[in-house]
Design a binder for this molecule. Structure first.
Ligand code: MG
Length: 164
């Protein structure tokens, strides 16, 4: 089945952050370089260099993109970083909360069907994450989904392109 949707984890998947979770950053955040944000204590968020080209290519291919991230929804520092990097518009119905990844994927699928009239089956979805635990729980909760372990199945996020 062709891939219709890619759901990305954020921390250590789209960017590296040197405070464990993006939620741990201390605002205000500022863009210091095209691919680097710093917080008020100079902690860094670095967008992985392949990400911009990857998002552009996926959009050109008509593949939908969303986010399932375990971070605080309020204040939503993940969304703030996405906006500062100017990549927020690529993602439809991003889910940033503590509800768990497979629940978030189900929410994204439901919203796409109900609000956009786009039905998507699990085998048409790639989920990519750097944590084994998330890969396992999503494979169990969303049978048939293509769960890709970044760092194991692929070496860098750009290699997602080889899987579609
Ligand atoms: Mg992660």
């Amino acid at each position: 089945m062709p891939i219709k949707l890619i759901v990305f984890d954020v921390d250590e998947t789209l960017w590296s952050v040197n405070v464990t979770f993006t939620s741990f950053l201390k605002p205000p955040l500022r863009l210091v370089e095209t691919n680097e944000i710093r917080d008020s204590q100079d902690a860094k968020v670095k967008l992985f260099p392949e990400v911009r080209e990857l998002l552009k290519t996926l959009k050109e291919k008509g593949i939908l993109m969303s986010i399932a991230s375990l971070n605080d929804p309020e204040p939503n520092l993940v969304l703030e970083c996405l906006r500062l990097f100017k990549i927020a518009d690529y993602f439809i119905y991003p889910q940033i909360n503590h509800k768990g990844k497979n629940r978030n994927i189900k929410t994204i699928v439901k919203l796409l069907e109900e609000k956009e009239g786009i039905p998507i089956n699990y085998p048409e979805i790639i989920f990519v994450d750097d944590q084994e635990l998330n890969i396992r729980s999503v494979m169990k909760g969303c049978p048939g989904i293509k769960a890709v372990h970044l760092g194991k199945d692929i070496k860098n996020i750009g290699q997602i392109l080889n899987l579609i």
